[in-house]
Design a protein around this ligand. Structure first.
Ligand SMILES: [Zn+2]
Length: 355
């Protein structure tokens, strides 16, 4: 874990949500972001902390993600506060990219994405994505990046700390099509600290004590996630493969394989192109024309792979092909006797077999 990007929502001409007593979301977000960043810098001098903004300025959503992508950040934390028509709504929630499971979830993504409309040239910047059109969100959720597992893991860690350390009402970890998360190419979460539309919570969110507690909770959640990531030795140099192996060890996952090779004592490499919290039919039209997509399900997450290769090199070549058609974060996974193993282990076993 080397670089953390902290993204305080809104800013400048975009105040975000406005509280019953006129607290601006942009101010709460910036204040908590800076407090979290300071804690990070103090406790981990080796981690580079980068803010998408640290003053009251307007920045587009695409630009925020681009900044994180351009420095290959290890994690992206977007900080926001909520508002609802129901003045009693309260509590913290953490979001990751995905298809919304309720109308309320869709509404939050629509509200946060509407900042786009304040950007110059938003039509061309976002390929005419209309933040108010529900249909646009299906497409957004279909192209999942490969970091869903890690994002969920991170989100759960932060949410748990909001509940246990800051004693916030638990609204859970949720998914929806947030443009700023969609555009990032690393594990990414979006935090809704609480409701400015709730007078009591607005008071907490605008207080120094409240902001300190929330920032500390984000830090504790981050630290737990970081320890999991760092607690693993990497020996395969490529970043995606490292991340995949970390993920495997963290989850100790054993994924069921649908296509079992004839020779069961054989390592099979596949290329994972996508992951989703909802099942996506494996037809070519859903995967840029690929017609050999397999679905694997584990812990409520659907993973999509292509290819069954007996050598790492063949898988590598396929990985290159699918990256070229737009699955930018495709990475290689390995199976042995139908069970998922690390790529490193797969390569080792392949070498043994050929000797
Ligand atoms: Zn917001």
């Amino acid at each position: 874990m080397r670089t953390v990007v902290i993204d305080p929502g809104h800013g400048g001409k975009d105040p975000g949500a406005i509280g019953v007593n006129k607290t601006y979301e942009k101010d709460v977000a910036l204040s908590v972001a800076l407090k979290f960043g300071n804690m990070l810098k103090e406790k981990h001098p080796n981690i580079e902390v980068v803010y998408t903004r640290f003053t009251d300025v307007f920045i587009g959503l695409a630009e925020r993600a681009k900044k994180a992508n351009s420095i290959s950040a290890d994690v992206f934390v977007s900080i926001h506060a909520n508002a609802a028509v129901n003045k009693k709504a309260a509590g913290a929630e953490v979001w990751v990219l995905g298809l919304h499971k309720s109308a309320a979830a869709l509404e939050i993504a629509k509200k946060e994405n509407s900042s786009i409309l304040m950007e110059d040239d938003h039509g061309s910047k976002y390929q005419d994505f209309d933040p108010k059109d529900p249909d646009a969100y299906i497409g957004l959720a279909m192209r999942q990046n490969a970091y869903l597992d890690q994002s969920l893991n991170f989100a759960n860690s932060v949410q748990s700390s909001f509940v246990h350390d800051a004693k916030r009402f638990d609204r859970g970890v949720k998914q929806a099509g947030f443009m700023v998360l969609y555009r990032t190419t690393m594990p990414a979460i979006l935090i809704e600290l609480g409701f400015l539309s709730n007078a009591q919570e607005e008071k907490y969110l605008s207080s120094a004590i409240g902001q300190d507690e929330l920032a500390k909770s984000i830090y504790i959640g981050f630290k737990k996630y970081k320890d999991q990531i760092d607690g693993v030795n990497h020996s395969i140099s490529e970043k995606e493969e490292q991340k995949e192996q970390v993920k495997e060890i963290v989850h100790e996952e054993k994924t069921e394989v649908k296509v079992v090779p004839e020779n069961k004592e054989q390592v099979v490499f596949k290329v994972q192109i996508s992951a989703s919290s909802v099942s996506i039919p494996t037809i070519a039209a859903n995967f840029k024309g690929l017609n050999d997509v397999e679905q694997h399900q584990l812990n409520g997450i659907y993973k999509y792979t292509v290819g069954n290769f007996f050598t790492f090199e063949e898988a590598k070549s396929r990985q290159k092909d699918v990256r070229n058609i737009g699955f930018d974060s495709a990475f290689i996974v390995a199976y042995y006797n139908g069970e998922k193993i690390t790529v490193q282990e797969g390569v080792r076993r392949t070498k043994e077999n050929s000797q």
